[in-house]
Write a protein that binds this ligand. Structure first.
Ligand code: C2E
Ligand code: CA
Ligand code: CA
Length: 287
């Protein structure tokens, strides 16, 4: 690809949100590679190179699988399997996040339809980026896809970060209310890392809080993290919300969470994200 300096400057400007940037040779190598990746991502979206891996969400007491979180990966033809951090932020900065969200939703709903057809309906949760969620057309898009795949709204969850919600609380409330009323399950992801006030949180139409992995990972060694997990569980209970602890990696943490009264958990202790599991085999994940 022949890249013009102006293209690179423009791309750097977009990345920095500054709207303007001067060409700088130091950005060149880095940006050229990123521009290539951006071009590749367009192709990837059109040619089914984006795949979903699924991580089970378990009931902490019984070990029963309550559903799966879908996590996107890119099967890049030359670079191998790329994690979301390598391309989702780039998609967010460019218009590509909308088709990406679309592809992910389609793929997840198609999987739910397969599980339903196999006689074992399982819920799936999809991560939604800020720009997708804050788009006022988003609820209609989601509902149209639910109809297209003939999936009950209660089998679809959407995970939205606290940061996304706080970026435009009014708009987020409008979009979330529409989805909630349609019966879609809503989770606040990375809970505890943002700055939402309790007063605002109380008004939000959501079903679930997900305690951020950073707190769960250190709760056995760091008292402050343990206090944050503890108070999130208590908060969720008092608001009538499910609480999911993510990033559970060892038995001691699992036991501590169970003792705190946390409902659900995810983490490498139970399973890494894996390619679409057959639902039957997964109702008995060992704890
Ligand atoms: P997230 O939603 O907080 O997802 C949890 C991340 O923690 C996942 O990383 C998962 O693989 C990882 N994880 C799960 N259990 C454990 C554990 O026990 N220990 C450790 N160390 N890690 C664990 P992943 O798949 O790399 O995803 C990273 C982030 O990318 C996600 O964070 C989410 O914000 C974003 N993402 C993933 N899929 C999508 C998607 O389809 N669309 C959008 N917009 N964002 C996505
Ligand atoms: Ca998530
Ligand atoms: Ca998280």
């Amino acid at each position: 690809v022949l890249l013009q300096h102006a293209d690179i400057a423009m791309y750097v400007a977009k990345r920095s949100h500054a709207g303007i940037a001067l060409y700088d040779r130091a950005d060149d190598h880095h940006s050229t590679e990123r521009l290539q990746l951006l071009a590749d991502l367009r192709t990837a979206i059109d040619e089914d190179q984006l795949v979903l891996h699924y991580q089970p969400k378990l009931d902490l007491r019984t070990g029963a699988v309550k559903g799966f979180e879908a996590l996107v990966r890119w099967e890049h033809p030359t670079r191998g399997l790329l994690p979301p951090v390598d391309f989702v932020p780039m998609a967010e900065r460019t218009g590509l996040i909308h088709p990406l969200t679309d592809v992910v939703l389609r793929s997840a709903l198609k999987q739910v339809r397969t599980w339903c057809d196999g006689g074992n309906p399982m819920a799936v949760a999809v991560n939604v980026s800020t720009r997708s969620l804050l788009n006022l057309d988003f609820p209609d898009r989601v509902l149209a896809l639910l109809t297209e795949y003939d999936v009950a709204p209660g089998l679809l969850g959407l995970e939205i970060t606290e940061t996304t919600i706080m970026e435009d609380p009014q708009r987020a409330l409008t979009v979330l209310t529409r989805l909630y009323e349609a019966g879609v399950r809503l989770s606040i992801d990375d809970f505890g890392t943002g700055y939402s006030s309790l007063a605002y949180l109380k008004r939000l139409p959501v079903h679930e809080l997900k305690v951020d992995r950073s707190f769960v990972a250190n709760m056995m060694s760091n008292d402050r993290d343990r206090v944050i997990v503890n108070s999130t569980v208590a908060l969720g209970q008092s608001l009538g919300l499910d609480v999911v602890a993510e990033g559970v990696e060892d038995e001691a943490t699992r036991l501590a969470l169970e003792t705190l009264g946390c409902d659900l958990a995810q983490g490498f202790l139970f399973s890494r994200p894996v390619v679409a599991p057959l639902s039957g085999a997964w109702s008995t994940v060992p704890v």
